[in-house]
Design a protein around this ligand. Sequence first.
Ligand code: ADP
Length: 199
Amino acid sequence: MIVFENVGYRYGVGPEVLHDISMSIGAGSFHFLTGPSGAGKSTLLGLMHLRLRPTRGYLTLFGQEIGALRRRERPALRRRIGIVYQDFRLLDHLSVFDNVALPLRLAREREREIKRNVTEILTWVGLGNSLNASPRALSGGEQQRVAIARAVVNRPSLLLADEPTGSVDDTIGFRIMRLFEELHRLGSSVVVATHNKSL
Ligand code: ADP
């Protein structure tokens, strides 16, 4: 699903923050990416999500070499990837429901299906009563759960999560991991970056 061959990455003219990464992530696998803050976990996820391009080496995603990819080919690949950002990146002008519905609307799903799936996943993460709320009215932990619901709602082939349990208590953290396991059981590959070894 993802193959790195001698990949290096540097921000601008700075030092190389990732060097000689060679690894593969198989279809249907589950990985933890661990290491202290500053080790390069977010950068590695940025490469897997096509937000960043390797400054050296080869990266293949879903069988396509990223260096050879045209700009217009990128969105279709990215739609197969669900991502949970450390800072959530919810859209404040949309309701909780509409934030989570976004990937399904981009995929042109039917509204009836969208309503069913979005309500189901938000109930699962314990936010069934906040469908119409603004993300701004929610706590950090609740916003994190909305971000997770948005990342998994269209059953992506690949789920990338950056510190997905950083803002929630242990009970919710456990629930979130269950959700990822469930997605994995349905065939998705999952990569969870965390510095929390107990996870
Ligand atoms: P982690 O996610 O493991 O905390 P990061 O991938 O965020 O690590 O950071 C890896 C290294 O890259 C750090 O030295 C960090 O300072 C640097 N870095 C991260 N983002 C940028 C950026 N936008 N510009 C310059 N350097 C960056």
